[in-house]
Ligand binder design. Structure first.
Ligand SMILES: *Cc1c(COP(=O)(O)O)cnc(C)c1O
Length: 229
């Protein structure tokens, strides 16, 4: 599929899923996951009006970001991030979706401060308790938010939650885990304030379910770019 058709197809499916659940397509941000895709493929999507891109390896991302410096692109870090790999985050990424510890948030805050920027953070929750996944357990979420807010880090902003659906799950299980993350976001918003507004969930295989269950960000790779190299 050419990039124009691929992106129209995905946008159309997002719009239909949003409509089914009484939401607006404008409430869902499409993040094109460009990991292991060449710069040319990213440029093709930029030409189709795509603005948000997601990467999961720091060095690979930085090489691409340098190539695309003058482009109107917002970069999202969506991979597992070790706290010793955060040095270049603040200068390159607007969002980190995969925060799972106080230590990591502190390190990102330091890199953002050095870059003179503010990085928006999502906390990754392992709602399906998948042993293959990173992210915190549900029970640890509110204590982590409490601690993070006490730290008063000025160069990061807590904006919401993220999860990755279990690959082998049935549709019912996937929907349940997305609904669970939405409940956790609503509870977080009541307890900690309106800044908890973003729900990053859904990939090529399940983004329509995620939109129906309230996703405000979907992370779509292969459905936009085809298979990764
Ligand atoms: C790779 C990846 C995606 C995109 O996966 P596709 O199935 O290609 O859409 C989304 N989220 C995360 C965290 C990923 O690592």
């Amino acid at each position: 599929m050419n990039p124009d058709d691929a992106i129209s197809n995905v946008r159309q499916r997002i719009a239909e899923a949003a409509q089914r659940s009484g939401r607006s397509a404008d409430d869902v941000r499409l993040i094109a996951v460009s990991k292991r895709q060449p710069v040319a493929a990213i440029e093709a999507l930029i030409a189709c009006g795509q603005r948000d891109f997601g990467e999961n390896q720091v060095q690979e991302a930085i090489d691409k970001i340098e190539h695309l410096q003058d482009r109107p692109v917002e970069w999202h870090f969506i991979g597992h991030l070790q706290s010793n790999k955060t040095r270049d985050i603040g200068g390159n990424f607007s969002w980190v979706h995969t925060v799972d510890s106080v230590k990591l948030a502190r390190r990102i805050a330091t890199s953002a401060e050095q870059a003179g920027r503010v990085v928006k953070l999502l906390l990754q929750v392992n709602v399906s308790s998948d042993p293959a996944k990173h992210g915190i357990e549900q029970a640890d979420l509110f204590p982590l938010i409490d601690t993070l807010l006490e730290e008063q880090l000025k160069t990061v902003r807590l904006c919401g939650l993220m999860t990755i659906g279990r690959r082998s799950a049935t549709e019912t299980e996937t929907r349940a885990s997305f609904a669970c993350l939405r409940d956790l976001l609503e509870q977080s918003r009541r307890q900690f304030g309106d800044s908890f507004s973003e729900l990053s969930m859904g990939m090529s295989g399940d983004f329509e379910l995620a939109v129906e269950e309230g996703a405000t960000m979907v992370r779509v790779g292969t459905a936009l770019f085809g298979h990764r190299v």
